[in-house]
Design a protein around this ligand. Structure first.
Ligand SMILES: [Zn+2]
Length: 118
């Protein structure tokens, strides 16, 4: 359950940023190596578990960006979806499997009383 620990980390970061304000929306971006569907599914679980309850009703807006690979063979670029299997990317140049360093980035928080997130 790698995604759950990612979600918990994200929730902790949000809780730090919101400083007690009630969060209605969380926007984040993830890239390769992260199961976006799984992450979106476990985020509410992590949010509800977090003490304080600032995030218990927050919606989760996840933007998925393509995997990026720089291979030792010299190939570099965005990996086609067919070349990504879970946390492993297959280089289109040489076929070598490479572990992808997935990234999860917090983009912004929306609070109660705001017109909307952002
Ligand atoms: Zn390669």
């Amino acid at each position: 359950m790698h995604e759950l620990s990612l979600a918990e980390g994200l929730v902790a970061k949000c809780a730090e940023l919101c400083r007690g304000r009630r969060v209605l929306a969380v926007r984040a971006r993830c890239s390769a190596g992260i199961d976006a569907e799984e992450l979106a599914a476990v985020f509410p679980v992590a949010a509800k578990q977090y003490p304080g309850g600032e995030l218990e009703n927050a919606t989760f807006d996840l933007e998925v960006v393509p995997a990026h690979l720089e291979c030792s063979c010299g190939w570099a670029g965005e990996l086609p979806g067919d070349n990504v299997a879970g946390h492993i990317g297959i280089c289109p140049g040489c076929g070598r499997p490479t572990e992808l360093s997935g990234g999860l980035e917090l983009l912004g928080l929306g609070y109660a009383g705001d017109a909307g997130p952002g």
